[in-house]
Write a protein that binds this ligand. Structure first.
Ligand code: C2E
Ligand code: CA
Ligand code: CA
Length: 550
């Protein structure tokens, strides 16, 4: 008892202390035995909770509780001492648990704060926001949520390494900390995204109107931009970092924490879309297709967050029964929504321009995968889909051919599929791109041929194409629809005559496969042959392919 962090004491029925010992007494400023003879009701006069515990113990109850005294925490036990049925006194044992409590508090702190930057995490930020919202709702006034996303951090991670990226984030957090007022709440949302909660009041605490609130939030955002203006030095290199900021206001834009954050996020995205480095208020973009905007904002980040994946659908040499190549088809593993098919996001991505980044990722990822397969002895050719918007990009040829060379893949390992409708619009530009691709050794296929309603004569305008993919809609009529039969047979014949290799898309039945083979169509693709598969499943399919295809 002289060394353990405990105190033991005993009182009689009247509350007189007749025993008081233990190392931990010192922390309370007493020596062993010093309290003997005094009344518990005096000693704890200022601690009603302790008095209550003793009173209950004197009533016969075993009382277990946690108490705090002299700045330390104790786990306290008050046991009734009995003589027969009568309670004759109380035995008390208090264990000093200050360290344990502190450790728990530290754990609490850690789970609410970001390890890298020491900033509040999103979960705690939301709690702060909730409290601030209900207070402001009661007393009136305005709050602002700022959503800040750093531009270019991904590139820094890639060129200087992740340690440098971490160091940069630490420094950015430090600058931002100085860029906000002490009463504002700064949090790290995730990766290179930060949140700020601004309590918009006058210095004397009085309320401000909406106009003033907007102005104050704008000024605060400018202060944050300014705080990042001087370049950072990480790993001996000077790096410039910009941020895009979105602002939402309570109660103008939303009344709920998650909606406020989402609106600020959407506004931030708009700033990013228009080049980054600026501030956008949600008010400026409100009413502007919010659902599509959220989707676009999510899609925009899907790449950084590694949410995109590729599935590979085998394209089969119908005569030999072997895998001629594969088509890379993108999927989006959207958190809480599962696997999103491209039809649900490619059109929007094209409309908003996000397709350029997606397309770039698809090309890089396909080449990376082909190189990985090649290192393991699997020689595979893959095609990727290119949309009109990507074709318009001035660097498109270099991007694609460069990716193939960068991975050291043999020329021709990567093919490009261009839809008929894309190939036939803006002909001079398309001709230029197609010539460029051909010169760099990238073979091309015309996708969805027949669905674009262009005349066959136009095929002459897009020379240099290797494959003609006969659209699914024609193949689906085969072999029951006689018109479809003749049309497909005709297209196969014509493409032959034009030195194009026909490929039948969407072969879903054994009958369709049989018909295509009978027509002498050399290549086929479709669920009947194989579905689009993740890379590892494709490997399994290749290993067991002959049986699967017979
Ligand atoms: P697509 O280029 O015509 O791709 C073939 C689509 O047909 C794929 O759909 C594939 O899963 C589906 N398919 C294959 N066999 C059959 C079959 O037997 N029956 C039926 N009903 N469907 C079959 P998915 O993967 O949903 O892709 C849809 C479209 O999205 C693609 O059509 C392509 O236009 C576009 N897309 C996919 N990935 C990319 C990409 O990385 N970039 C671009 N720009 N577009 C992409
Ligand atoms: Ca395709
Ligand atoms: Ca197609």
């Amino acid at each position: 008892m002289d060394v353990a962090p405990v105190i033991v004491w005993a009182i009689d029925r009247e509350g007189t202390i007749n025993e008081s010992r233990g190392h931990a007494l010192e922390a309370m400023g007493y020596r062993s035995g010093q309290l003997v003879g005094r009344s518990i009701w005096d000693v704890y006069a200022h601690e009603p909770h302790m008095l209550e515990c003793h009173r209950r113990a004197l009533g016969g109850e075993v009382v277990r509780t946690q108490t705090r005294s002299g700045g330390r925490d104790y786990e306290t036990l008050c046991l009734p001492l009995k003589q027969g049925e009568e309670v004759s006194g109380v035995l008390g044992v208090a264990t000093d648990i200050t360290e344990r409590v502190e450790a728990l508090e530290r754990l609490d702190y850690l789970s609410a704060h970001d390890e890298l930057t020491g900033l509040t995490k999103r979960s705690l930020f939301e709690r702060h926001l909730e409290v601030a919202l209900s207070r402001t709702a009661r007393h009136g006034g305005h709050l602002a949520v700022l959503y800040l996303d750093l531009d270019r951090v991904k590139a820094i991670n890639e060129t200087l390494g992740h340690d440098a990226g971490d160091e940069l984030l630490r420094q950015v957090a430090e600058r931002l900390r100085h860029g906000v007022r002490s009463e504002d709440i700064l949090a790290r949302h995730s990766g290179d995204e930060f949140l700020v909660l601004l309590n918009l009041t006058q210095p004397d605490g009085s309320r401000v109107g909406e106009g003033e609130a907007v102005q104050m939030a704008t000024v605060a955002a400018k202060r944050l931009h300014d705080s990042l203006r001087v370049p950072f030095v990480v790993s001996g290199s000077e790096v410039a970092v910009d941020a895009s900021i979105g602002v939402s206001l309570f109660p103008t834009d939303a009344e709920e924490p998650t909606a406020l954050i989402r609106h600020a996020d959407e506004a931030m995205y708009r700033s990013k879309e228009s080049g980054g480095g600026g501030t956008v208020l949600y008010q400026e973009i409100a009413g502007d297709r919010p659902a599509a905007l959220t989707l676009t904002a999510d899609l925009f980040r899907a790449i950084d967050r590694d949410e995109l994946e590729l599935h590979y659908q085998p394209i089969v040499d119908l005569e030999a029964g072997t895998c001629a190549r594969v088509e890379a088809l993108v999927r989006w593993r959207r958190p809480e929504r599962g696997l999103v098919p491209p039809g649900d996001f490619i059109p929007l991505a094209e409309e908003t321009g996000v397709i350029e980044r997606i397309g770039e990722w698809v090309v890089d990822e396909t080449c990376r995968q082909l190189a990985a397969w090649q290192r393991r002895g699997l020689t595979i050719t893959a095609s990727v889909n290119l949309s009109l918007r990507e074709m318009r990009h001035p660097d498109v040829v270099e991007r694609i051919a460069g990716a193939v060379e960068h991975e050291g893949l043999p020329s021709g390992s990567l093919m490009v599929e261009i839809t008929e409708s894309a190939a036939m619009t803006e002909l001079p530009r398309m001709r230029e791109v197609m010539q460029g691709l051909r010169a760099r050794g990238v073979p091309m296929a015309i996708d969805d041929f027949g669905a674009g309603y262009s005349s066959l004569g136009r095929l002459r305008d897009i020379r240099g194409v290797e494959t003609l993919k006969v659209d699914r809609s024609f193949v689906s009529g085969v072999p029951t629809d006689d018109f479809a039969n003749r049309l497909v047979a005709g297209i196969i014949e014509i493409s032959r005559g034009l030195d194009l290799i026909p490929l039948a898309e969407g072969i879903e039945t054994a009958e369709q496969l049989e018909f295509m083979t009978a027509c002498g169509c050399p290549l086929g693709q479709g669920f009947h042959l194989a579905r689009p598969l993740p890379a590892d499943e494709l490997e399994n399919w290749l290993a067991s392919a002959p049986a699967a295809r017979s």
